[in-house]
Design a protein around this ligand. Structure first.
Ligand SMILES: [Zn+2]
Length: 643
């Protein structure tokens, strides 16, 4: 729909940009029963899923690449409900027997290692990571895990919605034990919940987990047992195929210490029930319908607010995208990626980088020395666009069994793959998400930004469309990701991706003072009566503000180059830029999901990702008359300015 038809007749862009662009849609749209959110990004994501469905269900070409055959096998097994029902929980009998035999602490820890070695977290998570202080090497990192509710706050926060979530979780646990054929299911559910509550009390908050420095705790394996007793670490690591490992990173030492203490002091019988429920949880959706339904009742209904399940094919494709990211992406890009688009995206990235360069040079709060380093960092940015240069090879993964067996095989395969990579050089061009995804990310360890083919599409990006809208759409998103390299976390990493201070103390202080203002701004907002967490969302809010500003500067440069400054549909290029920006974040969410995101999501709610940002942007006040009594109006000296 042309922009001018979408805009509200009564709410002006200078009054409330988000509602002005989205009010018609917000009023007319309804969240379908099987969704917990709808919006521009989710509908693009759904379109990608529909296209993938056609590709998945098409009869195979003569010489299909192995990866695509693997993706199709996984999809076929996910869709084969008859086999899923017939197989039942038989493939889990071995782990169930092992759990039954846990009677000593030694056997308890043996099982933990055993399950971690099958590629699943349990109480904690162990996995491959790039060393924050030496980006040329991989390390194994241990992090807190082990909660069934989305975050530690869910166990303790006051309020009916949290109370409901806790109750729903206990009901889910009871339902699970009943399905597995155990009497006294209610008692076991209570025991599991009580253990989780103790783990939750020892867990970091989501905000604490944004502190990269605090999470960097290297321990010599030799000395691990001094800090973390009760477990035989050498044995544990040997069981995981990690005998050679000399150092481990521990993200939350307090949690790991407490978890080990609990594993040691709490009754083993309670841990057996805990382990049973946590081993089955990630597999529920690949098990027979009764399990799938129980999982939906909790995760889909209670925690997200949907009342119906999405069609099976959509859930299956999303699963393929998350656990076979590259093969699914390969299938997608072979049919749907326009190579010619790459060129105009690279052109956009160049303009955005130039704009940030200009801004850094002009900053009045940063010294020349720090500026020099910031520019060096900007120059070494590694953009990965569309899809990887080389695809990860899945030839040795067999996926010709039932859905749940395939999932188990895939997890074990991924674990072995990571163990094998531990002593290899870091792959700086690795992709951390599927090329078919509608998403993007910055990775501080490689100083790289990645834009999957899935997001390089209208309405974010249209090579043949209005370039002002492109700059307000994908341009802003690119600016956002680049700014992550300079947000409160990213700015702690240098141009090589190593966490080390490259700022003068005075500059760092000035940056923190400015960031604090942004934190306070967002902490003053409420959504559905719940407070927004300015500290949790700080990095994303810095990136939103910086991203919009540099995309705007880039647009100005582009306008100078092209001379195409005329209005379209009565809107100047600058106005189209802001309108397009407000449109990409258009979204409706169910209250259950809103609450979950307020607790766990480092992004601010959609409306604030528009109005909270433009309130600080001078160019917005130039593009639209903003009344001083608008709740989003800020006097020039009250506007937060960082990058
Ligand atoms: Zn971001």
């Amino acid at each position: 729909m042309p922009l001018q038809d979408e805009i509200s007749a009564t709410i002006k862009p200078g009054q409330d940009l988000y509602r002005s662009v989205n009010d018609k849609w917000l009023t007319a749209s309804e969240i379908p029963a099987n969704k917990s959110r709808i919006g521009v990004l989710t509908s693009l994501s759904d379109e990608n899923v529909e296209r993938l469905r056609t590709l998945f269900e098409r009869s195979p070409a003569k010489s299909e690449p192995v990866n695509i055959r693997r993706a199709k096998s996984l999809y076929a097994s996910a869709m084969d409900e008859a086999t899923i029902e017939q197989t039942g929980i038989k493939p889990l009998q071995t782990p169930f027997d092992e759990i039954n035999r846990i009677e000593t602490h030694e056997s308890l820890f043996t099982f933990l290692a055993n399950w971690h070695g099958r590629g699943f977290g349990l109480v904690w998570h162990i996995g491959l990571d790039v060393d924050d202080k030496d980006s040329a090497r991989y390390v194994m990192r241990i992090s807190q895990s082990g909660l069934g509710l989305p975050d530690r706050d869910y166990y303790f926060n006051q309020g009916q919605r949290f109370e409901d979530a806790r109750q729903a979780y206990r009901t889910y646990l009871q339902g699970l034990f009943e399905l597995l054929g155990h009497d006294n299911a209610r008692t076991y559910a209570k025991k599991v919940y009580a253990l989780e509550e103790k783990l939750a009390a020892a867990s970091n908050t989501a905000t604490e987990n944004r502190d990269t420095q605090a999470k960097y705790n290297p321990y010599q394996v030799q000395a691990l047992s001094q800090t973390f007793p009760h477990i035989d670490w050498k044995r544990y690591l040997k069981q995981l195929g990690l005998s050679d490992v000399e150092t481990l990173l521990v993200s939350q030492p307090t949690f790991i210490k407490a978890a080990l203490e609990l594993l040691y002091s709490q009754p083993i019988e309670a841990w057996r029930w805990y382990i049973l429920s946590h081993c089955v949880a990630p597999l529920m959706t690949s098990l027979p319908q009764v399990y799938d339904q129980l999982s939906f009742d909790f995760y889909g209904r209670a925690l997200s607010g949907a009342t119906e399940q999405e069609p099976r094919y959509r859930r299956s494709i999303n699963r393929c995208m998350s656990i076979l990211p590259e093969p699914t992406g390969q299938l997608f890009v072979e049919a749907h990626f326009d190579e010619a688009a790459k060129e105009s995206i690279y052109d956009l990235v160049d303009h955005i980088k130039l704009a940030l360069r200009g801004r850094i040079q002009k900053l009045d709060w940063m010294s020349g020395a720090t500026k020099q380093r910031a520019l060096e960092k900007l120059d070494t940015f590694l953009p990965l666009l569309g899809y990887p240069d080389t695809w990860r090879d899945y030839t040795n993964l067999q996926l010709d069994h039932s859905y749940v067996e395939n999932i188990l095989a895939l997890h074990a395969f991924d674990w072995q793959y990571d163990v094998a990579r531990l002593n290899q050089p870091v792959d700086r061009k690795e992709w951390l998400m599927s090329p078919a995804m509608v998403n993007a990310y910055y990775w501080s360890s490689t100083n790289g930004i990645t834009f999957p083919a899935g997001i390089l599409q209208p309405p974010l990006f249209d090579a043949a469309g209005d370039f002002a809208a492109n700059y307000g759409g994908i341009g802003m998103v690119i600016g956002h990701e680049i700014t992550h390299g300079f947000d409160d976390q990213g700015s702690q990493f240098d141009e090589k991706g190593n966490m080390r201070p490259w700022w003068t103390t005075k500059d760092r202080k000035a940056f923190e003072t400015k960031s604090k203002l942004l934190e306070e701004q967002y902490s003053s907002y409420e959504i559905d009566g719940h407070p927004v967490n300015g500290a949790l969302t700080l990095g994303e809010n810095i990136a939103d503000l910086g991203g919009l500003l540099i995309a705007y500067d880039a647009l100005q440069a582009k306008l100078k180059e092209s001379g195409e400054t005329e209005a379209i549909d009565g809107f100047t290029p600058e106005q189209r830029f802001f309108l397009s920006f407000a449109r990409i974040w258009r979204e409706r969410r169910r209250p259950e999901l809103t609450l979950r995101h307020l607790v766990t999501d480092p992004h601010a709610p959609a409306m604030l990702r528009v109005n909270g940002v433009v309130a600080n942007v001078d160019a917005y006040y130039d593009a639209f008359p903003v009344a001083q009594d608008s709740p989003w109006h800020k006097m020039p000296d009250a506007r937060v300015r960082i990058w």
